[in-house]
Design a protein around this ligand. Structure first.
Ligand code: IPE
Ligand code: IPE
Ligand code: MG
Ligand code: MG
Ligand code: MG
Length: 274
């Protein structure tokens, strides 16, 4: 049976934002990126992890919303002219292209804060702390990316992989380990699997930047090259990057017990990511 991430989660995200009584422009900007079609991977993993450890579904749905909100906030900021300068996201103009840079910055800030607020409804200190730590790692990873993408900087493979663990891996690590954390179990192998999944996923994203079309990825192709982004593809080429992704992939599932999360991850790992 497939995990449920669907209308219920989409509706809760929308209701949560609408209840805040925001200025109309900030509400519109925030809902714009949230409602664009994304893969909703992080909430899917949260729901699957919750189901494997018998977590109350009402709590899991809230935390699933929180992960999608943090993710959307990171995408809005990531696309800004000062960062990746990308005009498209999820097949549509980026947030700042519609609402302006000033409001897009605020929408990202708002999403980070509302994500924390809704995650706190888990009433589980370990979960709340881990979620906060996730944003710290994500922001640090994005900053490492910014620094390594400056002209003249020659990043090493290990610096790039460390940056991937932060900017992409941390939120998957949280999503995978949500179930064990709620059950009071040691989440470390699930967490590590999440970091490895993030690394695999980011390498694939970097390869797709070079090989895919706008229709496939919904963002500007070859943008990493134009913007001199520090990627693993830039330093080792596509073939070696693909090999590294495959080596990483083989380690991920060995860290997860068979169940809903295992099946979700497996499906992702062996399907084309676009
Ligand atoms: C995009 O994430 C950012 C990266 C970590 C590469 P996704 O590829 O999950 O984006 P959406 O949510 O499907 O748009
Ligand atoms: C991941 O890196 C960005 C975030 C974690 C926000 P990218 O900059 O490669 O993501 P895309 O390609 O813009 O989605
Ligand atoms: Mg980026
Ligand atoms: Mg980007
Ligand atoms: Mg990318």
């Amino acid at each position: 049976m497939k995990v449920k991430v669907t209308k219920e989660i989409e509706d809760m995200i929308e209701q949560t934002i609408k209840q805040l009584g925001l200025s109309p422009k900030l509400e519109a900007a925030t809902l714009y990126t949230l409602k664009l079609p994304g893969k909703r991977l992080r909430p899917r993993f949260v729901m699957a992890s919750a189901r494997d450890f018998d977590v109350d579904e009402n709590i899991a749905i809230k935390v699933a919303c929180a992960t999608e909100m943090m993710h959307a906030g990171s995408l809005i900021h990531d696309d800004l002219p000062a960062i990746d300068n990308d005009d498209y996201r999820r097949g549509q103009p980026s947030n700042h292209m519609i609402f302006g840079e000033d409001v897009a910055i605020m929408a990202g800030d708002l999403l980070f804060s509302v994500a924390g607020y809704i995650c706190a409804e888990s009433k589980n200190n370990d979960v709340i702390k881990a979620f906060t730590q996730t944003l710290i790692e994500l922001v640090d990873g994005e900053t490492r990316d910014i620094i390594m993408s400056k002209k003249g900087y020659e990043p090493s493979e290990s610096e790039i992989l460390q940056m991937y663990r932060g900017k992409t891996g941390a939120l998957f690590a949280f999503s995978f380990s949500f179930g064990p954390m709620m059950a009071g179990l040691d989440p470390s192998s699930y967490k590590e699997a999440g970091y490895e999944f993030g690394t695999y996923f980011q390498i694939q994203d970097d390869i797709l930047d070079v090989t895919a079309t706008f229709e496939q990825i919904g963002k500007t192709p070859k943008k990493d090259i134009v913007e001199n982004k520090a990627t693993i593809v830039k330093i080792m080429g596509i073939d070696k990057a693909q090999k590294l992704a495959e080596d990483t992939r083989s380690m991920i599932l060995s860290k997860i017990n068979k169940g809903f999360l295992y099946d979700e991850i497996k499906e992702m790992l062996f399907s084309q990511i676009t």
